[in-house]
Design a protein around this ligand. Structure first.
Ligand SMILES: Nc1ncnc2c1ncn2[C@@H]1O[C@H](COP(=O)(O)OP(=O)(O)OP(=O)(O)O)[C@@H](O)[C@H]1O
Ligand SMILES: [Mg+2]
Length: 299
């Protein structure tokens, strides 16, 4: 596993900090009304080997300014976790990376998102291949109302990735194997994808995503509906997948962010407050808001 933080060490340090603050009479709850004059993100927002470079991203839903001036690189072969309280803009930011916000009426995105020397927001960009290159796994597993086999074969077929049935079969088998699902479904490829358990459906959706050769995988709370065993399987899978892909995961689980990610980005009310190596964010956060969130005082 990419595990960079020892959770008991993290919990101990958080508890110690909390007690020190209590002693000093500084214990207070952060509130949603916290204001920041200086909106600069703390930490290195850029990395030398980036796959996607986001500069000054703003998203509006009608008049609502949902995220503000987000500048952040997604590194090659990294797992980066997006954390922060509900409504802070994590999903909104994630959806910028494959133009899924285009599907939301009234949603307007500004700023530059560079991938392969092109701004993905450019009008000339075809979103169909973009969304194959930057695949997405949602919170609730959403298999197509088709067989297990067809769930995987559908994408490669529409993207013309297989020249015949033999090649298509191979892609299906390989994708299911890579998603750690093959052994569980090899005898039921003709059954509906929806007949699988929740954890299996989520791995089916991951297999479907990797079947079209993505380069980046976006995961929006992919384990929130899963039990700990299924969650462990997905986390192990992410660890293997990052050898080939960049993974951006939104999670409400501090433990999960600490276990799987290399870098962590903390969002608060539409701002990217702090970004850094996961170990640093969880053991030595710089900004008070980050500390309040990771020690469970806010959010
Ligand atoms: N389709 C939409 N129309 C209008 N406002 C929206 C829409 N989607 C999100 N918002 C608003 O944008 C802000 C950011 O929402 P977003 O869903 O990105 O937050 P989040 O961090 O993913 O929250 P959660 O942890 O609850 O999933 C919120 O204030 C939300 O109400
Ligand atoms: Mg969300």
């Amino acid at each position: 596993m990419a595990n960079t933080v020892n959770m008991s060490q993290y919990n101990e340090q958080a508890e110690r900090r909390k007690q020190e603050r209590r002693k000093q009479g500084k214990m207070r709850l952060s509130t949603a009304t916290v204001t920041r004059d200086n909106r600069e993100t703390i930490g290195n927002v850029t990395v030398p080997d980036y796959r996607i470079r986001c500069t000054d991203i703003n998203v509006f839903y009608g008049d609502k300014h949902a995220i503000r001036n987000i500048t952040l690189d997604i590194g090659r072969h990294e797992i980066i976790a997006m954390i922060g309280p509900s409504g802070c803009g994590k999903s909104t930011f994630l959806r910028c990376l494959n133009r899924m916000n285009d599907t939301i009426e009234n949603c307007r995105v500004t700023g530059k998102i560079m991938m392969d020397n092109q701004d993905i927001n450019d009008k000339s960009i075809d979103v169909v291949p973009l969304r194959a290159k930057v695949g997405m796994v949602f919170q609730k597993p959403n298999p197509f109302p088709k067989s297990v086999y067809e769930n995987i074969a559908f994408g490669p077929r529409i993207h013309g990735l297989a020249k015949d049935k033999v090649e298509l079969d191979e892609i299906v088998v390989t994708s299911l194997k890579r998603a750690g699902l093959w052994e569980e479904v090899k005898d039921r490829l003709d059954q509906p994808g929806t007949s699988l358990s929740g954890g299996q459906q989520q791995r089916l959706c991951i297999a479907r995503t990797i079947a079209v050769n993505p380069e980046v995988i976006l995961m929006d709370e992919p384990c929130s509906a899963l039990d700990p065993i299924a969650t462990t399987k997905i986390e192990e899978l992410m660890d293997q997948l990052c050898a080939d892909y960049s993974i951006v995961i939104v999670t409400h689980s501090m433990q999960q962010a600490a276990r799987v990610s290399h870098r962590t980005a903390y969002f608060h009310l539409g701002d990217l407050i702090e970004v850094g190596a996961t170990e640093q964010i969880f053991t030595k956060p710089v900004h008070q808001l980050t500390e309040d969130y990771i020690t469970g005082r806010f959010g």
